[in-house]
Ligand binder design. Structure first.
Ligand code: COA
Length: 261
């Protein structure tokens, strides 16, 4: 992996744990962090040993407290567009990552940090987690896909509320509105995130990958196109050894041993 100043990657069997580590600035996303995030996810994409990724922040105060306000303060209209596009490109690479990406949110997930969590396929949080898009309070607006993805996940009305008020919501409300799948104590967050993700990676890896592909394609396609694509992928899975293994294991009353073939 290329030189990394702010990101660590830890390995736990088939899981890669990507840690944003800029603790003194509550893991705020400066241009270098965004660049490194893109590099790391590009490398992991081609690693056949990785079946799932947990994205988290170092320390117990923040997942990511937003884009770096020191950098944002220097923006011109042209660099503003560039910064937004670069962030969007990296976040979209995470969203289209072919294996499940779970955000483990401990503490603040604000602004770009909230948008980063939204770009992950799934989110779990600690009890002290706080989510919010406070950009309007700084005279700007979300620029890393927040106005697009939040509405898809929690519904349009709640997205309007969160984007326009800029107010934070706590973990309990985040779970109630479907922004996170589960809430754990801060101490248990990472261990429970691994258990949660292993509940996915124990399944047929090609099936998981194609199901993800179909889910995300359906977000951006006409329903009839999405349905055709789903049928094609469904049919394609019938060509895999994993499908035969999954069915045979069920009939033989044993656990399936998937090989990703
Ligand atoms: N960009 C740059 N630096 C940030 C940051 C950000 N988004 N968020 C926090 N920091 C820095 C602080 O400037 C401070 O640095 P310093 O010690 O060099 O002064 C350090 O991180 C710790 O933050 P601090 O504000 O002292 O912690 P706190 O516990 O009092 O408050 C927050 C925590 C999250 C409520 C507060 O830091 C905050 O409001 N951050 C900005 C959130 C935001 O608006 N994000 C969206 C940006 S678009």
């Amino acid at each position: 992996m290329s030189d990394l100043q702010y990101i660590r990657v830890e390995w736990e069997g088939e899981l890669a744990i990507v840690v944003i580590d800029r603790v003194d600035k509550l893991n705020a996303l400066n241009a270098e962090v965004v660049r490194e995030l893109g590099d790391v996810f590009r490398d992991l994409k081609d690693d056949d040993g990785v079946l799932g990724v947990i994205l988290t922040g170092a320390g117990d105060k923040a997942f990511v407290a937003g884009a770096d306000i020191g950098e944002l303060a220097q923006l011109t209209p042209l660099t503003g567009v560039k910064v937004s596009r670069e962030g969007q490109r990296t976040f979209t690479e995470i969203e289209r990552f072919p294996k499940p990406v779970l955000a483990a949110v401990g503490g603040y997930a604000l602004g770009g940090g909230c948008e980063l969590a939204l770009a992950c396929h799934l989110r779990v949080a600690s009890e002290n987690a706080r989510f919010g898009l406070p950009e309007v309070g700084l005279g700007i607006m979300p620029g890393y896909g927040g106005t697009v993805r939040l509405a898809r996940i929690v519904g349009f009305g709640l997205a309007v509320e969160m984007v326009l008020t800029g107010a934070m919501i706590d973990a309990e409300r985040a779970e109630r509105i479907g922004l996170v799948s589960a809430v754990y104590s801060q101490e248990e967050l990472l261990d429970q995130a691994k258990v949660f993700l292993r509940g996915i990676t124990k399944n047929g890896p090609i099936a998981v990958r194609m199901a993800l592909e179909s889910l995300y394609l359906a977000q951006n396609s006409a329903p009839a196109d999405a349905a055709s694509f789903e049928s094609a992928l469904f049919g394609l899975l019938a060509s895999t050894t994993d499908m035969k293994e999954g069915m045979t294991a069920f009939l033989e009353k044993r656990k399936a041993a998937f090989k990703g073939e």
